[in-house]
Design a protein around this ligand. Structure first.
Ligand code: AHM
Ligand code: MG
Length: 335
């Protein structure tokens, strides 16, 4: 018999009243992201067909030019948020500067800014491996009705009011938190509806999976090298399993369900690692903490870092509590 799961739409309405200062604005914003996610999902799913359709000449007849999917995803999310007039500013991995919305309209009362990585891990698209979208939401710090400023975006991760991701995998899921735990919704592609499939997601306290690009091993700090050797040592429940998709969202998602640690350390070739603080690490760190996990730069909480630039990078370690704490021991001994 079919189980009747709650839809994302129903869930948003039911939970609206529990948001602090709720006016329905945050609910509308999450609804807008839900819509954009479905559009991008459709584009990602047909990625392999683009060349075939292109060969048939369809793209020329319709006057559409082929675009890289990450650029397309960026446009879809920005357009949707602009059209619904639901935010006052957007920052994206794909844009050099932040975008101010209705900046000259004094009647514009929207108070939220969104930071987004529209298609993370997009190098995986060509080889049919899952990718994701990451989003982070803050209340602006400058007065409503005025143009947004850089300081509205450069807020500590601990100030986030919501964050989440969409994973375009074997099934498409939207996972998010508004500060009251993490819930996951799976898309039924036939109906175009997200259903609550993973309520109250939690990182297991222990895990047996470590995810890191080991090709960079020689460039890592000694503390990270020592932790990797610890993971590989035959002792107790070790060696652990190594799993690295190269898509932060997918690696995080698997680790949250099964227990594990994700690492993108700094190295002698990348002094702050690769991942961006504002729209990759902060939202994932917020979700991790909401799900009983830890996210750090190897020494302290990601959510406590004071941002200085829109596209700044930080080392990132995230996952099951006991695994990240063990990593900290090695880092403290041998940074
Ligand atoms: P991107 O934003 O350019 O897609 O880069 C971010 C991605 C993460 O999803 C992934 O974990 C990491 O880069 C993989 O990097 P590497 O190939 O260096 O291991
Ligand atoms: Mg990215």
């Amino acid at each position: 018999m079919l189980k009747k799961n709650k839809t994302l739409g129903e869930f948003i309405i039911e939970n609206q009243s529990s948001f602090q200062y709720s006016s329905g604005e945050l609910s509308k914003l999450i609804n807008a992201l839900r819509l954009a996610a479905k559009v991008v999902n459709h584009e990602v799913n047909k990625a392999g067909l683009v060349d075939i359709l292109g060969d048939a000449g369809d793209t020329n007849i319709q006057g559409e030019s082929q675009q890289k999917l990450d650029v397309l995803a960026n446009e879809k999310f920005i357009q949707t948020l602009k059209n619904r007039e639901i935010v006052c500013g957007i920052a994206s991995e794909e844009e050099d500067d932040f975008i101010s919305i209705n900046s000259n309209d004094k009647n514009h009362q929207n108070k939220y800014v969104v930071l987004i990585d529209p298609l993370d891990g997009s190098s995986n698209i060509d080889v049919n491996v899952s990718v994701g979208t990451i989003f982070s939401i803050y209340r602006r710090v400058t007065p409503v009705g005025t143009p947004v400023e850089m300081k509205d975006f450069l807020q500590k991760g601990s100030e986030q009011v919501a964050a989440g991701y969409i994973v375009y995998g074997t099934s498409t899921m939207l996972v998010y938190s508004t500060g009251d735990g993490v819930n996951g919704f799976t898309l039924n592609p036939a109906l175009g509806t997200f259903y609550l499939s993973h309520p109250n997601m939690q990182f297991p306290e222990d895990g047996k999976i470590y995810s890191v690009n080991e090709g960079n091993y020689v460039h890592f700090l000694q503390g990270v090298k020592d932790y990797i050797k610890y993971c590989q040592k035959e002792e107790g429940d070790r060696p652990y399993t190594s799993r690295y998709i190269g898509s932060l969202v997918s690696d995080f998602h698997r680790n949250m369900i099964k227990g594990g640690i994700y690492m993108y350390p700094k190295s002698s070739i990348a002094e702050n690692g690769k991942l961006r603080l504002l729209y990759e690490c902060n939202p994932m760190a917020y979700l991790a903490e909401q799900a009983n996990g830890i996210a750090s730069d190897g020494f302290g909480r990601i959510l406590e870092i004071e941002p200085t630039e829109l596209h700044q990078r930080v080392p990132f370690f995230c996952g099951s509590k006991n695994m990240v704490e063990k990593l900290h021991e090695f880092m403290a001994k041998n940074a």
